[in-house]
Design a protein. Structure first.
Length: 416
């Protein structure tokens, strides 16, 4: 018998627990894994599951339960805390060597890090970037139309757009995009080794470190210059600033790129919804609403969010003990039929703004407004300018990123 000794001291069979993460269905790779969705049928908001290393953290699948847990200060984002449910073996091996930063601290310490970036990511500042996003999108589509067919949309539009924008926002030279895109891929890989993880982290941090040092004497109007000013003022050390820049660089382009590619493929599989989008491409209310539904349906950070429990919690009739782990499954919550009736139905008219694709609570994605504006512009522009856009391969031939912490498609061949 396979057993696990829980914090209560009792033994339970782990071979009977659902696996997390479980495989997606080949018939509908856009949907969360069927085994994950079955957990909704139990009527429980949180239950145990078995993960890659044999541990049995709690998995929250209910929309309401997940929101409650992610807002609870008794859950910690500190990956070195007892019970933290690691995504990868590499993360587990390096857990006690992580530098404290915005993504792995709690309470007042986390609030301090977040304040460092708040002024750089205000909605007003993101809205001011919209004309640049529109111009870059049009330029990239011009190049796409002038090139050969079929073409990989991921390479010619999905990756370049958010990469250009995050470079502009952070103050990173775009000519280095192949370098940081490659390392972002390693960062998000589920099966990287501890050595690969350590090396890619070292290389990216050193790169950001050098950029911040340069901006201390030659600042611009960008986030790394803002961090450089804080270093000069004594609010941050260079050793603290570099990880912040590293996190923003990787998160700021990879998730948006995956969302553009995956969202385009999904829309091309739903011609009725695509036609709605085309008909309302100039509607300033319809497009943002449509983007919220796409975000709900697809949920790019499909293995998040993860927390360690630091004090016992009573929730949904269960006691989650200190020293145990919780995985707040964002895709499951976004397909919770209580919060989103008929969740398997893509409905661009659905009121879906309460989705959790950007997580919830104090660690909610700080760059979500930039991502939204990029998606508003791309999805309204792409199908207006290329109304005959279609896939140049069957969905069954596409390679989906189940081996990555950010879900997506590696290549999307399209034609028109």
């Amino acid at each position: 018998m396979t057993e696990n000794v829980a914090a209560t001291g009792s033994a339970e069979r782990t071979d009977e627990l659902p696996e997390f993460p479980s495989p997606r269905s080949g018939q509908c790779p856009f949907a969360p894994p069927p085994e994950l969705l079955k957990l909704h049928e139990t009527g429980k908001g949180v239950q145990r599951a078995r993960t890659w290393d044999g541990s049995t953290p709690w998995v929250a699948t209910s929309h309401a339960t997940l929101r409650e847990l992610l807002a609870d200060p008794r859950l910690s984002a500190n990956i070195g805390a007892p019970g933290y449910p690691y995504t990868t073996a590499a993360m587990k091996e390096h857990a006690n060597h992580k530098v404290p930063s915005i993504n792995n601290t709690d309470g007042a310490e986390h609030a301090r890090w977040r304040r460092m970036l708040t002024s750089s990511f205000t909605r007003h500042r993101m809205v001011k970037l919209r004309p640049a996003i529109q111009q870059i999108t049009d330029d990239l589509i011009d190049k796409l139309l002038a090139g050969p067919k079929p073409v990989d949309l991921n390479a010619v539009l999905s990756l370049p757009l958010p990469s250009l924008m995050i470079c502009e926002l952070l103050g990173v030279p775009y000519e280095d995009h192949e370098f940081f895109q490659e390392h972002a891929g390693v960062t998000n890989a589920r099966y990287k080794t501890a050595e690969q993880s350590a090396e890619t982290t070292r290389v990216l941090r050193e790169y950001i470190y050098r950029l911040i040092v340069g901006k201390m004497d030659n600042p611009g109007e960008d986030v790394l210059s803002d961090l450089a000013e804080r270093v000069k003022a004594g609010d941050l050390s260079l050793e603290e600033a570099a990880p912040l820049g590293h996190i923003l660089l990787v998160a700021g382009h990879d998730t948006s790129a995956n969302m553009i590619t995956l969202g385009t493929a999904l829309l091309l599989q739903h011609p009725d919804q695509l036609e709605l989008l085309r008909e309302n491409a100039d509607d300033p209310k319809f497009v943002p609403n449509a983007v919220e539904e796409l975000l709900r349906y697809l949920t790019i950070p499909h293995l998040l969010a993860r927390r360690a429990v630091v004090e016992d919690i009573e929730i949904d009739g269960e006691t989650i003990r200190a020293g145990e782990g919780v995985i707040a499954s964002l895709p499951a919550a976004n397909w919770d039929p209580v919060a989103f009736p008929d969740p398997e139905k893509l409905d661009l008219t659905r009121a879906a703004a309460h989705h959790l694709a950007f997580s919830w609570g104090p660690h909610q994605c700080i760059g979500q407004q930039l991502a939204r504006i990029e998606l508003h512009v791309v999805f309204s522009t792409l199908f207006r300018r290329i109304p005959t856009l279609r896939l140049a391969a069957d969905v069954s031939e596409l390679k989906f990123k189940e081996d990555s912490q950010a879900y997506g498609i590696y290549e999307l061949p399209v034609t028109w």
